[in-house]
Write a protein of this length. Structure first.
Length: 192
């Protein structure tokens, strides 16, 4: 969601002053996008909604700390949502702390030709099959661009553990997605 500087300033000022109209406007502007962010980290819809609502409460409580020149308002809200979702599911995360030293990291993920034949829903469905810890690291690294150091700090794991989970996610997704990348009869008929 792109806001002009004037729109952003007005919303921020209104939210700082507890103006319910400004808060409602901000909430409505970012509702669907931020709910999707929470859902990408929490496969349970109720937990995702809980993280979303808690995240927005944090947004309204700390909006006075948002610094205009240091990024977009949407990006700032997104980070709050990600961290809130991670906090909520942290108790459920089971991290494999096996060292990555003896394992090869596979830079080759999934061939573009395979991905072209998939729908977003197919990919999301396969990501959901990963163990929650591996899924969380994958989302942070691939979808949201966090470094292994940042992931480690956020999840209280080592950078090596983060790397292992990302490599494991890529390996499992490659195994899951490559066979399903073959077009089905129904999809083949749609593209004709």
């Amino acid at each position: 969601m792109d806001l002009t500087k004037e729109q952003s300033d007005k919303l921020i000022k209104g939210c700082i002053n507890n103006d319910r109209t400004a808060q409602e406007t901000l909430y409505k502007l970012f509702h669907s996008e931020m709910l999707r962010v929470c859902y990408s980290y929490l496969p349970d819809k109720e937990l995702a909604k809980e993280a979303f609502n808690t995240g927005f409460l944090k947004v309204f409580q700390s909006i006075k700390n948002f610094e205009q020149g240091k990024g977009a308002l949407g990006g700032w809200i997104r980070k709050i949502m990600i961290f809130t979702a991670i906090d909520l599911c942290r108790k459920e995360l089971k991290f494999n702390t096996t060292g990555i030293d003896n394992q090869e990291l596979d830079d080759h993920f999934i061939p573009a030709s395979a991905l072209e034949k998939l729908y977003f829903e197919d990919i999301l469905k396969q990501i959901r099959t990963l163990p929650l810890a591996t899924q969380t690291v994958f989302n942070l690294a691939v979808l949201d661009g966090f470094t292994h150091k940042e992931i480690g700090e956020q999840l209280n794991i080592s950078e090596g553990t983060s790397r292992w989970h990302l490599a494991e996610a890529k390996r499992k997704l490659r195994d899951l997605l490559e066979p399903s990348a073959k077009p089905t009869k129904e999809r083949s008929e749609i593209t004709k």
